[in-house]
Design a protein around this ligand. Structure first.
Ligand code: XIL
Length: 318
């Protein structure tokens, strides 16, 4: 049985993967990516981001997102949609614009309205806001914060609730919140405030981009998941991968395997952690080598599509 079959038996809603548009011409890759028993859920790694969806103001292009969402629907896989509001991968017209608060609010609403309607009822969850906090728990300095002030996050959630299907879960998503620290505490405080004020938020996504040698433990991750669950929202590991400093070695792969299994187990063992998504399953398409030079081999399958110890560690644990 594949990872999703095992994950469902263990009580999760899904075990999923991100899929990048650049490899959709690789038939071997695509057959694994859309194999429902392996991956019961898919996330477009890039295709639903602002720069691709609305490359010019009020001009929408859903081809990259659809190229992953449509085959996902056909294969019976759940979809996590990613992402409405982020500071990265914004189109130039937006990033370089000289916006007033009123204008940028309109731009935000129009974007969410169109994208949420296009994917109406096609997303189990939307990552409504991505990476709004710094590691020390302060608000990240972005165009959103500078022009709209701290209200921008709740505006985004309100627009998402207004235009997305009522069945779609609305998530805040971030990295570095997989243990109890200033950043996860800041996110939990935001959630608490939103729940109290009826701002529509349903979940917190923990990206879980880990590194061999300094990953959080099973206990760390569980404690952090519980921070959010305590505030009455669900959680998920949304972008799990475990990079290592090259050159690779059997020892590093063994530690990597343990981190993958422990992270998945933390989600399984916590009541309201609904699923685990890996940020791609195939080493050659991982974002890691480009973003963290000298690091790589962060995924479950190697360049030959051979299952690595990490794959077996997860399936054995499940
Ligand atoms: C990454 C993609 O995987 C890359 O292909 C792209 O060049 C940059 O973005 N956190 C997120 C994801 O929320 O959207 C990022 O995806 C990885 C970090």
């Amino acid at each position: 049985p594949g990872l999703d079959v095992l994950a469902k038996r263990a009580g999760l809603l899904y075990f999923g993967t991100a899929i990048d548009n650049v490899v959709l011409n690789n038939t071997k890759y695509v057959s694994i990516a859309h194999n429902r028993s392996e991956f019961g859920q898919v996330t477009p790694s890039n295709g639903q981001k602002w720069m691709y969806i609305e490359p010019e103001r009020n001009v929408f292009n859903y081809s990259m997102g659809d190229a992953i969402v449509k085959p996902g629907i056909k294969a019976g896989q759940m979809r996590r949609c990613h992402t409405f509001v982020w500071h990265n991968q914004l189109p130039a017209w937006l990033e370089k614009g000289n916006w007033t608060k009123a204008e940028l609010t309109k731009v935000l609403e129009n974007h969410i309205k169109n994208e949420a309607r296009h994917y109406y009822d096609q997303c189990y969850a939307w990552d409504v806001v991505n990476e709004a906090f710094e590691d020390n728990g302060t608000w990240r300095d972005t165009i959103w914060l500078r022009v709209l002030g701290k209200e921008y996050i709740e505006l985004a959630f309100k627009f998402a609730r207004k235009y997305a299907s009522p069945r779609t879960r609305l998530y805040y998503n971030d990295y570095g919140i997989e243990r109890v620290n200033n950043k996860s505490l800041a996110v939990a405080a935001l959630v608490k405030d939103y729940v109290k004020r009826d701002i529509p938020i349903d979940g917190v996504g923990l990206q879980a981009h880990f590194t061999v040698g300094r990953a959080p433990t099973y206990e760390n991750i569980k404690a952090s998941l519980n921070l959010f669950i305590k505030e009455k929202v669900e959680t998920a590991l949304t972008e799990l991968d475990v990079r290592l400093a090259l050159p690779d070695s059997p020892e590093k792969q063994a530690i990597q395997a343990e981190i993958y299994a422990n992270s998945t187990k933390a989600c399984v063992d916590v009541s309201d952690c609904v699923g685990v998504t890996v940020w791609d399953f195939w080493d050659p398409v991982s974002w890691v080598p480009e973003t963290f030079p000298g690091n790589g081999n962060a995924c479950l399958l190697d360049a030959d599509f051979k299952r690595k110890p990490a794959y077996y560690a997860i399936s054995d644990m499940l």
